[in-house]
Design a protein around this ligand. Structure first.
Ligand code: DGY
Length: 350
């Protein structure tokens, strides 16, 4: 027997998750499933209008989960489920204070984001933006092959006697999956930093060194040491106030002039204006970013978009069909577990 409209619990879903996933929610007759009807980011006004009395909300990373939203939802709210591994858009203390649980989507997107991280390292080092521009503008016929034009630094180790160091700001699942992909490129060393509170662990580093079969994997003594020692730097830490602009002018000035910077985490980690200046003035070789502070308001006049040595992608790190389906399914299942008071497949410890 379907429950009556008044006894059904309301869940608000900020995006239609398609024919493979929506039935998971719609099949639950105990739920009143309210879905943003358009194929674009959910309007704030619509969300605030529909969220009062909801037991659960399924959001995208473009939907801010803050005091305003939680107050509107009121005491019925049990769970917020975000279709993302990142939670920079979520006010965690505000959720914790209200005993609202948070579901998120780790693991299912690790491989897709690691793939794009390596892709951007290659594209940035090998002048993809500039050289594709040559072809797009029809200039190839006037550009004959020449010994040293378009050359950039090689990601893979150029000779068995040389070394290559990959640096990681943040060394979680995606960073480690990225390093695993770099092993066949002949990377010899890895440096990483983690949150300031976590203690260095030589035993853990020895274990990583064995796991990746490198000469060494170790925690860098400082961000400066990581900047100075790395041939390629991957920014793969969570966003938020604590990590805002960890890559700033100071960091960029310490990088090797032949190095490449990749950001596939959150735009707020990198000072975009400092990076544009650094590229213009040659403090580093190139950059590849999938995320930019202030996105999606990143137009063609943005200083990074203007830089020939900066490959800019519109936040597509997890955009494979398989991964997005996995994320949407996990987000839907987390929502269901949250409203029915069950164990979630992926719940963030608040
Ligand atoms: C996330 O999940 O946080 C990514 O940024 C989008 O896939």
């Amino acid at each position: 027997e379907p429950a009556s409209a008044t006894s059904r619990m309301k869940v608000v879903v900020c995006r239609d998750l398609g024919p493979d996933v929506m039935p998971l929610l719609r099949a639950r007759t105990e739920l009143d499933v309210v879905v943003w009807p358009e194929d674009r980011a959910c309007e704030r006004a619509w969300l605030l209008e529909h969220v009062p009395g909801a037991a659960g909300v399924l959001v995208m990373l473009s939907d801010k989960v803050n005091e305003e939203l939680l107050d509107k939802a009121g005491p019925t709210l049990k769970v917020v489920s975000t279709m993302s591994v990142g939670y920079e858009h979520v006010d965690l203390p505000a959720l914790a204070a209200r005993n609202v649980r948070l579901g998120y989507t780790p693991d299912v997107l690790t491989d897709a984001v690691a793939d794009v991280s390596v892709m951007l390292a290659l594209m940035a080092g090998r002048n993809a933006k500039e050289t594709m521009g040559v072809v797009q503008r029809g200039e190839w016929p006037n550009t004959s092959w020449s010994p040293f034009s378009f050359c950039g630094p090689q990601l893979s180790r150029p000779s068995p006697s040389s070394t290559r160091t990959a640096g990681f700001i943040g060394f979680g699942r995606i960073a480690r999956a990225t390093l695993a992909r770099l092993v066949p490129f002949g990377i010899t060393h890895a440096l990483y930093t983690t949150s300031p509170g976590s203690a260095p662990s030589p035993a853990q580093d020895a274990q990583y060194t064995r796991q990746f079969s490198l000469t060494s994997v170790r925690r860098a003594g400082s961000l400066a040491a990581l900047a100075r020692g790395s041939d390629v730097v991957f920014v793969l830490a969570p966003g938020g106030a604590a990590t805002r602009h960890v890559v700033d002018e100071r960091f960029l000035r310490q990088m090797k002039r032949t190095a490449v910077l990749v950001n596939t985490a959150r735009g707020t980690l990198v000072d975009a204006h400092a990076l544009a200046r650094a590229l213009r003035e040659g403090w580093l070789w190139g950059a590849g970013v999938d995320v930019v502070e202030g996105e999606p308001a990143v137009g063609s006049a943005h200083p990074l978009v203007q830089e020939p040595r900066c490959v800019v992608l519109p936040h597509i790190g997890s955009a494979t069909t398989e991964t997005r389906l996995g994320m949407a399914t996990l987000a839907a299942n987390n929502l269901l577990a949250g409203v029915f008071g069950e164990a979630m497949q992926a719940e963030l410890d608040l």
